[in-house]
Design a protein around this ligand. Structure first.
Ligand SMILES: Nc1nc2c(c(=O)[nH]1)N[C@@H](CN(C=O)c1ccc(C(=O)N[C@@H](CCC(=O)O)C(=O)O)cc1)CN2
Ligand code: MG
Length: 297
């Protein structure tokens, strides 16, 4: 199955197809690790009852099952204290049969996200959020890389080729720890010239218009219009925004105004069906990688 689809508006990058392909590869990798007597195991912790998080956690557990990864699911009430959550993480750190630990974000307000991330053994940090992994990534070392930016890189290489990013100007719109910052590090490692834009940037649209590659990770529906995009740019939309429609329903839209941008872009990811599916596939890839590293393979 091809990961790019020619449409009347130009190339659409099919994240579902790319994720399916990656998951097939992960399935083979799991089988190889199992032959060495190691069963890759992922622990997923959800605190509270946020409906979107509930869906993501269910999808992660299902994806794990499909590729042969054992999963442990911990659903804790919203009233769980930070100390209780940290103890759970500590127990999982100490359990040698567990290779990956993930705490679904966001956590309830009374819990420090940073404290939780730092409590996870960096070797089991399959989200790649721990300072040690962030530092390793920024130094260009092989490490556990955050799943969404890693997925964006795979999609970019589908369009541009393995070495096709070299020398291109990439603009990342958004500077979150989960997406914007690791994305910039990965693009730099791929020899791009990288600009990071954020809410305080002056003339953001003019700067963005210089980009060969645009990564939109702002979290505001359709904020990036055609006037932000240079004709022929490759556009990756990380935004997942739920908006109300005139019919009183809700639907998902990205940070990019797809209908306006697709006709001028060389290629673009849709929302849904673009980057989102790559996040979960990337998590599976990181879990096998963590299992391999822990087994000294
Ligand atoms: N611990 C983590 N928490 C969060 C992460 C993360 O990587 N690690 N990322 C997001 C949520 N997320 C995974 O956890 C995630 C978001 C979206 C998708 C996805 O496949 N989206 C679909 C649409 C799904 C829908 O209909 O709602 C798509 O874009 O096609 C997967 C994973 C925050 N928290
Ligand atoms: Mg086009």
């Amino acid at each position: 199955m091809s990961s790019t689809v020619a449409t009347e508006q130009g190339l659409r990058i099919d994240g579902k197809a790319a994720a399916a392909e990656l998951l097939e590869q992960v399935k083979e990798d799991v089988q190889a690790v199992v032959k060495h007597g190691v069963l890759p195991t992922l622990a997923v912790i959800l605190v509270g009852d946020d409906p979107a998080s509930d869906v993501y956690v269910r999808n992660k557990v299902r994806a794990a099952e499909n590729v042969g990864i054992r999963s442990l699911e911990y659903r804790l009430p919203a009233s769980t204290s930070e100390a209780e959550l940290l103890q759970r993480v500590k127990d999982l750190n100490a359990d040698a049969s567990v290779h990956g630990i993930l705490v679904q974000m966001p956590v309830p307000k009374h819990i420090s996200e940073a404290a939780v991330i730092q409590a996870i053994d960096p070797r089991k940090d399959v989200d790649g959020f721990h300072k040690e992994n962030v530092g390793a990534l920024s130094q260009g070392q092989d490490t556990l890389v955050p799943c969404t930016p890693a997925g964006c890189m795979l999609l970019l290489r589908k369009v541009l080729g393995q070495d096709g990013l070299r020398g291109l100007h990439a603009v990342v719109v958004g500077r979150s720890n989960i997406v914007g910052k690791p994305m910039a590090a990965l693009l730099l490692q791929a020899d791009c010239s990288v600009t990071v834009l954020h809410s305080r940037s002056k003339d953001a649209s003019a700067l963005c218009r210089q980009a060969d590659i645009v990564i939109a990770a702002v979290g505001r529906p359709a904020i990036i219009g055609a006037d932000w995009i240079k004709p022929g740019a490759v556009v990756i939309d990380v935004g997942i925004n739920r908006i109300s429609t005139l019919e009183g329903k809700t639907r998902l839209v990205g940070d990019v105004d797809y209908d306006a941008v697709a006709p001028i872009a060389r290629a673009i990811t849709p929302v849904p069906g673009g980057v989102g599916p790559m996040t979960i596939a990337g998590l599976m890839a990181n879990t096998v990688k963590a299992a391999r590293m822990q087994a000294g393979m």
